[in-house]
Write a protein that binds this ligand. Structure first.
Ligand code: ATR
Length: 477
């Protein structure tokens, strides 16, 4: 009997689409799901495909050629552990388990360590691009044992999205153990930041400039032709053209309740930025923006008692010029967000002992995933020029844009603040820029305070940094 080249556990939509993607590249794929109905459904719809269904996990394992390549597309956390526990006694040394779920990277590190002595390889991989990406070509971010990845690589390179610029597959080996899931986590954080920044510019155009939804759809369409060219801008323009499907005649955005949900990956990303001690303020503000949006009832009550600005904001006469400044503010802020995301990766590499190829990471996000955008090529180019770049802002392309657009972001943020329209991510972006470029920050006073109340000592501007000083602030006897 023919043995399968690849196995997929979990026939919910992501697993099913991924299995179909692998099959479409000429492979025979074994499939299994805890409950039979999902597998039956796949087979009913795709009876002609090279799929081998099993209804017992033992049969599933037997149906795959060794060394087995088995991808888990099951619920992250307990579901993944349950499937791993069932599979381990059935596997042979050299087999490769691949977790393609949205797993927290520390779980992947722990599973990798747990399996280290068993001879079973464990790859944790980020899979981005949603249902359609899984079917047609996702961006893949694998991490684990490099030798094991080499056995998976041909399949991953075939199923991954291909970048428009050079046809290269959107997959690269990210590093040991949890590196792939870490990269996916930062990718998701960046996605939060991108979305929030776009949403803030929409809010300014809508509620400060009074631009209609229809007109805004055209503006985003126009923006998508230039520096901001990206999937998220493209879908935003499309969304704004859509009318209510329940017949009110209004734009659908006006009928959607303003409570922004989340599945926790932005929180993971921000949480780990705190852990590795690197500022990730744009993404974190995007996470907070979702949290405060969820407090709908509180906000409605507050809106009745807390006042906005007492004076109406004065708009500059040239509306077109102001819209261009908003576009510049958005691009500037997006750059800050990515600068922070890549700094986080750099700090994480030190903390968790990984060796990221930053240019490649930007390269594999150019297609397949939600944050795909023309400008990722500029990030790849920046790291190609200087692999050990400390911060994206130190690259000529990004430095020039930041310097050129900074006045616009200041004007737009000031206008929004004066109008009482919240701009947490845009203002975090310009604040990050001003902090990063500050030769002197007020941490001198902070150190004095810490030394005053806790004798924490400080360094001096005129002495080597390894010397600690303490001031006699009061009679310490
Ligand atoms: P969805 O993607 O539809 O939201 P999910 O709850 O995340 O679904 O689960 C995705 C997959 O994980 C499903 O295939 C599910 O199997 P069932 O169809 O039998 O529910 C699988 N899954 C979740 N928990 C599991 C467990 N403990 N053991 C095995 N498979 C599990």
């Amino acid at each position: 009997m023919t043995q399968a080249d690849f196995g997929v556990v979990g026939m919910a939509v992501m697993g099913r689409n991924l299995a179909l993607n692998v099959e479409s590249r000429g492979y025979t794929v074994a499939i299994f799901n805890r409950s039979r109905s999902k597998t039956d459904d796949v087979m009913a719809k795709h009876s002609e495909k090279k799929l081998i269904p099993s209804f017992k996990i033992e049969d599933f394992v037997k149906s795959i050629a060794t060394p087995r390549r088995i991808m888990l597309m099951v619920q992250a956390g307990a579901g993944t552990d349950a499937v791993i526990n069932q599979l381990i006694p059935l596997l042979d040394k050299g087999d490769i388990l691949i977790d393609g779920g949205n797993t927290f990277f520390k779980d992947t590190i722990a599973r990798n360590a747990r399996l280290a002595d068993s001879g079973i390889n464990f790859i944790g991989t980020g899979v981005s691009g949603g249902e359609l990406g899984a079917l047609q070509g996702p961006s893949l971010m694998p991490g684990g044992q490099k030798e094991a990845y080499e056995l998976v690589r041909p399949i991953f390179e075939q199923i991954a999205a291909k970048a428009e610029q050079d046809g290269k597959p959107c997959v690269t080996f990210c590093g040991e153990n949890g590196a792939g899931h870490y990269v996916k986590m930062v990718h998701n954080g960046i996605e939060y930041g991108d979305e929030e920044l776009i949403d803030e510019t929409y809010n300014i155009m809508r509620n400060v400039l009074g631009i209609s939804v229809d007109e805004m759809a055209d503006i985003f369409k126009e923006w998508n032709k230039g520096e901001l060219d990206s999937y998220l801008i493209e879908i935003t323009a499309d969304i704004l053209t859509r009318k209510d499907d329940l017949g009110s005649g209004k734009p659908i955005v006006d009928m959607i309740l303003d409570r922004g949900n989340n599945k926790g990956t932005g929180r993971w990303s921000s949480g780990d930025a705190l852990e590795v001690q690197v500022p990730q303020s744009v993404i974190t503000e995007a996470v907070y923006a979702r949290y405060i949006s969820m407090m709908k009832e509180e906000r409605v009550a507050a809106s009745k008692v807390l006042n906005g600005p007492s004076e109406k904001v004065e708009l500059p006469e040239d509306k077109k010029a102001l819209i261009e400044k908003i576009r510049q503010a958005l691009y500037f802020s997006k750059i800050m967000s990515y600068a922070q995301g890549f700094e986080q990766l750099r700090f994480a590499a030190k903390q968790y002992d990984w060796d990221f190829d930053y240019g490649k990471l930007a390269q594999i996000w150019r297609a397949g995933c939600i944050i795909r955008a023309g400008f990722l090529q500029n990030i790849t180019d920046a790291y190609d020029k200087k692999a050990d770049l400390t911060n994206l802002l130190m690259d000529d392309y990004f430095k020039d844009i930041a310097n050129k657009y900074q006045d616009s972001v200041r004007e737009v943020v000031a206008l929004a603040v004066k109008a009482g329209v919240p701009v947490p991510a845009l203002s975090a972006a310009v604040t990050y820029f001003d902090s990063y470029r500050a030769e002197v920050l007020p941490a001198n006073l902070l150190q004095a305070q810490r030394d005053y109340f806790g004798a924490h000592t400080y360094q001096r501007v005129d002495k080597p940094f390894d010397q600690a000083f303490h001031y006699t602030w009061y009679d310490e006897a």
